[in-house]
Design a protein around this ligand. Structure first.
Ligand code: NAD
Length: 261
């Protein structure tokens, strides 16, 4: 279906930051493709909450982005359904907290595959269509951990630094094609991904779960507050606008001052 509206694909958008970005882009008039690895029967009412008034089209695309072929094919499926793809938000990501000697190699591979490799594959698939129309927006959700390290997060930190590098490289390759490519680098945002790591952080740091929130998560953020998913979504929406056409190759922090230190 092509109703003339621009189309955005947000990977990993049944929860947290991705769901907020999908909701914001739908609210400003994009048709939105949402994605997760789960069957549609298990994602709840995400499409309904994203576009309650039905002014835009929201469709779910199941794809496990740990699989390179599914990541590449996802873009083709969205284009086949909507007729075009104008905005690609590479957001899907997972976390694992463990000392490197105990870090399971399969978790290293999976974290890198879902956050970094999948962005390579979706970008590869999306660029020809964007270049053909002379307009495109690619937003990669990196992290403050794309710019700074923390102990016990080797795979995540390495992956997110890789996402920032990929962003800069593709921005240079597309600079004359009307396409911008940027990374957003949030500090701690209270989402299921963060809630799930509190227990693991407590174990490796030898702290209570309350102390993990206070001393590990909020200590690096001078504001001492979690970033809200909606704040990240507003920034993503700004980057999609025509007034953001000169912002490309940037790693934009939204981290309560973390990386100012
Ligand atoms: P979340 O757990 O709430 O959401 C992650 C989403 O990714 C879900 O929709 C999940 O279904 C999807 N997903 C997971 N594995 C997938 C797979 N194999 N294939 C397809 N989809 C998959 O997490 P979040 O906190 O909203 O994180 C979103 C992104 O933001 C991640 O890349 C994360 O690294 C990044 N980030 C989060 C924070 C934070 O503090 N929450 C900070 C910086 C960066």
């Amino acid at each position: 279906m092509d109703n003339g509206k621009r189309v955005a694909l947000v990977t990993g958008s049944t929860s947290g930051i991705g769901l907020s970005i999908a909701s914001k882009l739908a609210a400003i008039g994009y048709n939105v493709a949402i994605n997760s690895f789960e069957p549609e029967s298990e994602i709840g009412d995400a499409p309904g909450t994203i576009a309650p008034d039905g002014n835009v089209c929201v469709r779910y695309f199941q794809a496990d982005l740990a699989d390179p072929k599914r990541a590449y094919d996802l873009v083709g499926e969205v284009v086949a359904a909507f007729g075009r793809l104008d905005v690609l938000v590479n957001n899907a990501g997972i976390q694992k907290v463990a000392p490197i000697e105990e870090f399971p190699p399969e978790d290293w591979d999976r974290i890198r595959a879902i956050s970094l490799d999948s962005a390579f594959h979706t970008i590869r698939a999306a660029l020809p269509g964007m270049a053909g129309r002379g307009w495109g927006r690619i937003i990669n959700i990196a992290s403050a951990h794309g710019l700074r390290a923390s102990p016990f997060k080797s795979a995540y930190v390495a992956t997110k630094h890789g996402v920032v590098g990929l962003t800069k490289t593709v921005a240079l390759e597309t600079a004359e094609k009307g396409i911008t490519v940027n990374a957003i680098c949030p500090g701690y945002v209270w989402t299921p991904l963060v809630a799930k790591q509190v227990a693991d952080q407590a174990k490796v740091h030898g702290l209570s779960e309350a102390d993990v929130v206070r001393e590990i998560m909020l200590a690096p953020q001078p504001t001492r507050q979690f970033v809200q998913p909606e704040e990240v979504a507003e920034l993503a929406a700004y980057l999609c606008g025509d007034m953001a056409r000169s912002i490309t190759g940037s790693a934009i922090s939204i981290d309560g001052g973390w990386t100012a230190k």
